[in-house]
Design a protein. Structure first.
Lengths: 425, 443
């Protein structure tokens, strides 16, 4: 038998590639850690010209374990593939992807705020509603981005306040395409890949009732939930998610459906003929009927007949009759005063704008700042100490920081706050 | 399938010219005895990807995407500096994910080892642990510049043509959506918005018999054995496949004959007819030709093609490329021991082929049916014992028009890499400077 004694057949290739590789750290200065999730971690970084970026590093470090190549996750492949094809002012743009040291780094444009942070800022700090001009501008831009995604046959499938970002210039940027999928020509039904899509509070009724086929309209439902949440500063349908049993059977999402019915009333076959075919239809019939009180709900929050009408049409149960993103964008509400603005914060005093995104020192080894951060670049300054910290803590809760808040002894800052140039109002 | 084709990474970054293709093979051409072998390698690799794809139970589109990834990777790299087998595995692994039908990395490793380890490939070095494939995936995705959405001609085919419902319903390739509704989802054009560059007429579809539609589908499958996917946008390839089906597929030709103003002139229009005369069956009446009543609603295919907003000279160039790929493929043998089986399948199947029995384009390149699937029982062992083609010192066993075997190409690949490695390791050794035959020929 022929014993293979030849060297690694990829040797020349590997050497060439490794020699030409540009390392993340040689190109970007990591300023701090923003948030983490199941996918990995997000860092704030700046490049040589001082432009800010959010770097998403896939896969959390297995501390202690030796990290090996395990294959790129489906979610990362999706997010990379789709982001490379799209370009729109209301979608977070992917600057580059760096594959390095068994990790994937996606470099995105940086956005200072997000919807969730804005909601918290208004409910916790300012204790006042988000003004209608701001709210309308945010929803308009959100729909504008969604029209683009849908026209490109992309379903977002995870729209929620935390995933919708806002730049310091008041521009909405839809983020996180990790669950997004092409809807045109699927080789497999959408259901086959991901059994559960959309965070429960924003999940459309057809999904809650077990629909295996769905379309763009699930994103439109989520937009309606987001609109309602901006208006009332709390999730409109804050249900408890029923967890899958040990056999991974998908449970009936009773509580979430009840939360919806309490506001929108129970669905009926006349308005939604196809619901009788949904897997959970029989479970649904056992729930107590509720009347529709969306109009009352809007009286206290939205205070506009047209605004109510938009919400009502986005909250239509039948996915085929629900308003599409494009139809929503053309809705009368956006044509009545106050008109939406390109800078959603155009009407806001600068002291009402939410504070900058909180960043911390990372406790994960691979992106930790082995070289202490050099202050003074492009007008930024590193500040530390309790006075800054208190200010930042005020808007806590928006980030998904699930890791421990350990600080790096060498660097010495528990929390690092970056102060930027003053914003334009 | 995503977004607007004209704004896609496929169109804006991955359609290249012939000079770029040639440049990409510059290093490799120094290590092959004849430049022609590079063209055979193009077929060889596509067949391998198809073979691995079948083992992994891929749909045709996943195989096609994997093949495009492979071609793009070798726009930037050389066969002789890489391990093409590992690259093939990585292409399949990534393509499955990119097409939303993921397979486990372990399966890819196992099936790759099984496919590549056999004759005629006899690859012994394929890594058994997942991390090597996952590492290659990283390099691959990086070399692909993260552009993982690929457009394929199948979509155009189904957007432009519909099955003539009056003809033989049912059956068919599982990869080919036969339901009108499914095809309807494709929309009218490639773009999300049909801008000024929309290439279709926007009205009506060309009605084709199921056999004809399938033939066009198979021709598209076969185009992945060339580098056309790097040279032309997929819709032009699809239109060429329709054109070739109309011209070469006898039953289709018969069924449309009455629609053509002067069918003999149409035939003599074919610029490629003389290149490969035996490949084009003489028109003859087929018992399968449809009954005349079904033809009344058919659109005149000439005006249909003429009305498309595409360059017909580009179509004719692509048609020539496809035909010359077929004539090359006729000289390629995946497995010499399977020859008898294959020969018995040969014949003017363009005129008589039954759609179900052919898994690939019927007729010109019959191998399309047998080679990717050519796991003839017993052939593996017999092929493995045939060392004659495996000797590196064997004089190149054939000249123009002779047959090239997969086994020969496998050992040639090994020699190419070994020679390259030794050149890189000892640049000033006594080894004569390699002659770039490609340049020699054209210079």
């Amino acid at each position: 038998m022929h014993v293979d004694t030849s060297p690694d057949p990829m040797r020349i290739y590997r050497a060439k590639r490794d020699a030409s590789h540009v390392y993340v750290k040689s190109k970007y200065n990591i300023l701090g850690f923003i948030s983490s999730g199941t996918y990995g971690r997000v860092y704030k970084a700046e490049d040589a010209s001082g432009n800010l970026h959010a770097i998403k590093k896939f896969k959390p470090d297995k501390e202690g374990d030796v990290v090996t190549y395990t294959g790129i996750s489906q979610s990362a492949i999706r997010e990379i593939a789709l982001n490379r094809e799209i370009s729109h002012e209301n979608i977070v743009s992917l600057k580059e992807v760096i594959l390095e040291d068994k990790s994937i780094y996606m470099v995105f444009e940086y956005a200072e705020h997000d919807f969730l942070q804005l909601i918290h800022h208004h409910s916790q700090t300012l204790r006042c509603p988000i003004s209608i001009p701001v709210l309308k501008s945010l929803i308009y831009q959100l729909l504008n981005g969604l029209v683009y995604l849908h026209s490109a046959h992309i379903l977002h499938r995870d729209l929620k306040p935390a995933n919708i970002l806002i730049t310091s210039k008041g521009q909405v940027k839809i983020g996180d395409l990790g669950l997004a999928r092409l809807s045109a020509q699927p080789l497999q039904p959408l259901f086959a890949g991901d059994k559960v899509v959309v965070t429960i509070w924003y999940r459309a009724p057809e999904l809650l009732l077990g629909a295996k086929h769905y379309n763009n309209s699930i994103d439109c439902w989520a937009v309606a939930c987001v609109l309602a949440e901006l208006a009332s500063r709390r999730p409109i349908f804050k249900g408890e998610e029923a967890k899958p049993d040990s056999k991974k059977n998908l449970p009936f999402q009773r509580d979430q459906l009840l939360k919806i019915f309490e506001v929108l009333g129970s669905p009926n076959e006349k308005d939604w003929p196809s619901m009788t075919h949904l897997p959970e239809y029989t479970s649904l019939k056992r729930l107590d009927p509720c009347p529709n009180r969306l109009f009352d709900w809007c009286q206290s929050c939205l205070r506009s007949q047209a605004g109510y009408d938009l919400l009502r049409q986005l909250f239509v149960y039948d996915p085929d009759r629900r308003l599409s993103a494009r139809e929503a964008l053309g809705h009368a509400w956006f044509k009545e005063d106050p008109l939406p603005t390109t800078n959603a914060f155009a009407s806001v005093n600068s002291n009402q704008i939410p504070p900058h995104r909180r960043i911390t020192q990372d406790d994960a080894p691979s992106m930790s700042m082995t070289i202490p951060f050099q202050p003074g670049q492009s007008g930024n300054a590193v500040l530390s100490g309790s006075s800054q910290q208190a200010q930042v803590q005020a808007k806590s809760g928006h980030s998904h920081h699930t890791g421990t808040n350990g600080s790096l002894g060498d660097v010495g800052h528990g929390t690092t706050k970056i102060r930027k140039k003053p914003r334009l109002g | 399938m995503a977004t607007d084709f004209w704004a896609s990474s496929h169109y804006t970054r991955w359609i290249v010219d012939r000079a770029t293709l040639k440049q990409a093979r510059a290093d490799d051409s120094a290590y092959v005895p004849e430049p022609e072998y590079l063209d055979f390698l193009t077929i060889y690799f596509a067949n391998l990807i198809t073979k691995l794809g079948k083992k992994l139970q891929f749909r045709q589109r996943v195989v096609a995407t994997a093949t495009v990834f492979f071609r793009r990777f070798y726009l930037k790299n050389s066969y002789c500096e890489t391990d093409p087998y590992l690259v093939i595995s990585a292409c399949c692994y990534v393509a499955a994910k990119a097409e939303e039908s993921p397979v486990h990395i372990k399966n890819v490793v196992t099936e790759s080892r099984s496919v590549f380890g056999q004759a005629p490939y006899n690859v012994k070095h394929f890594p058994s642990d997942n991390s090597k494939l996952a590492e290659m995936e990283f390099y691959l995705v990086d070399d692909l510049e993260c552009d993982l959405v690929v457009f394929h001609p199948y979509r155009t085919l189904l957007a432009l043509c519909k099955k003539d419902s009056s003809m033989s319903p049912g059956g068919g390739n599982s990869d080919m959506p036969t339901q009108e509704a499914e095809a309807g989802e494709l929309g009218t054009g490639i773009g999300a918005e049909d801008g000024p560059r929309f290439w279709g007429t926007g009205e009506g579809k060309l009605e084709l018999s199921e056999v004809a539609l399938q033939t066009a589908w198979f021709i598209i499958n076969d185009t992945y054995r060339s580098e056309l996917c790097l040279l032309y946008p997929p819709h032009l390839i699809a239109i060429t496949a329709i054109y070739l089906t109309l011209v070469l597929h006898t039953p289709t030709q018969n069924s449309i004959a009455h629609l053509l103003p002067h069918s003999s002139a149409f035939n003599s229009d074919i610029p490629i007819a003389s290149e490969s005369p035996q490949a084009i069956p003489q028109p003859r009446r087929s018992s399968r030709s449809s009954d005349p009543s079904s033809k009344q609603t058919q659109q005149d295919p000439i005006s249909f093609l003429a009305d498309l907003n595409v360059s017909l000279s580009a179509i004719s160039t692509i048609a020539q490329e496809i035909i010359s790929m077929y004539s090359l493929w006729n000289r390629y043998k995946e497995d010499p021991t399977a020859e008898e089986t294959r020969n018995s399948n040969m014949g003017p199947s363009m005129g008589s082929g039954s759609p179900a029995s052919h898994t690939s384009q019927a007729g010109v390149g019959q191998r399309s049916g047998s080679t990717p699937l050519g796991n003839t029982p017993g052939s593996v062992g017999e092929g493995g014992t045939d060392d004659s083609a495996n000797q590196p010192n064997n004089p190149w066993p054939f000249g123009q028009g002779r047959v090239v075997t997969a086994m020969f190409l496998s050992s040639m690949l090994n020699s190419m890499r070994e020679a390259r490695m030794s050149d890189m390791a000892h640049p000033s050794s006594g080894r004569p400077v390699v002659v770039n035959r490609m340049l020699e020929r054209t210079g």
